[in-house]
Design a protein around this ligand. Structure first.
Ligand SMILES: Nc1ncnc2c1ncn2[C@@H]1O[C@H](COP(=O)(O)OP(=O)(O)O)[C@@H](O)[C@H]1O
Ligand SMILES: [Mg+2]
Length: 150
């Protein structure tokens, strides 16, 4: 995230993209003076609602006409913030348009995206989230793996 303004965490459903993304965002809090914001697109079924969902996530109070990809980009064009677009896989095209507009209009805005598929936007750095390691074959499974370390 320090080298790229748009990083997309890809990988199969359930592999841990959202969890990793939230942890990265948490660690980056001190880096972005205007804040870190999360737009969860999982419950959004209509791509036309990506702008209003993003505006709400950014706490923007825009007049209705400005609730568009371009309106949002111009509203945050001078901000130094990180926007997490989480769970974009079913809305890749509108998410890509949003990401592209923000990258162009807002030089100090960074984006962290989680999606099964990359957005295919210029400048996107794609990180394939690896699966968690399995316990070794000879692991002592008598041990309760869910027990919290003390
Ligand atoms: N590193 C991890 N350690 C333990 N549990 C994890 C880890 N990564 C993900 N999980 C759990 O696995 C489930 C799926 O993770 P999630 O981040 O939602 O996946 P994705 O966004 O790729 O679909 C969640 O319940 C999450 O808490
Ligand atoms: Mg997810």
């Amino acid at each position: 995230m320090t080298a790229h303004r748009l990083v997309t965490l890809t990988g199969a459903g359930g592999i841990g993209k959202t969890r990793l993304g939230l942890e990265i965002a948490r660690q980056l809090l001190p880096t972005f003076p205007d804040g870190v914001f999360l737009a969860d697109l999982a419950p959004v079924s209509d791509g036309a609602l990506v702008p209003v969902t993003t505006a709400a996530a950014l706490n923007l109070t825009l007049v209705a006409a400005a609730v568009s990809t371009e309106g949002i980009a111009s509203a945050i064009s001078t901000k130094r913030l990180l926007l997490v677009l989480d769970n974009c896989e079913h809305l890749v095209d509108p998410s890509a348009r949003m990401a592209q507009a923000l990258l162009r209009a807002s030089p100090d805005v960074s984006l962290l995206v989680t999606s099964r598929e990359p957005l295919r936007v210029e400048g996107e750095y794609v990180y394939r989230v690896p699966p968690l390691a399995m316990p070794p074959e000879d692991a002592d499974m008598e041990e309760d793996v869910f027990r919290l370390p003390v």
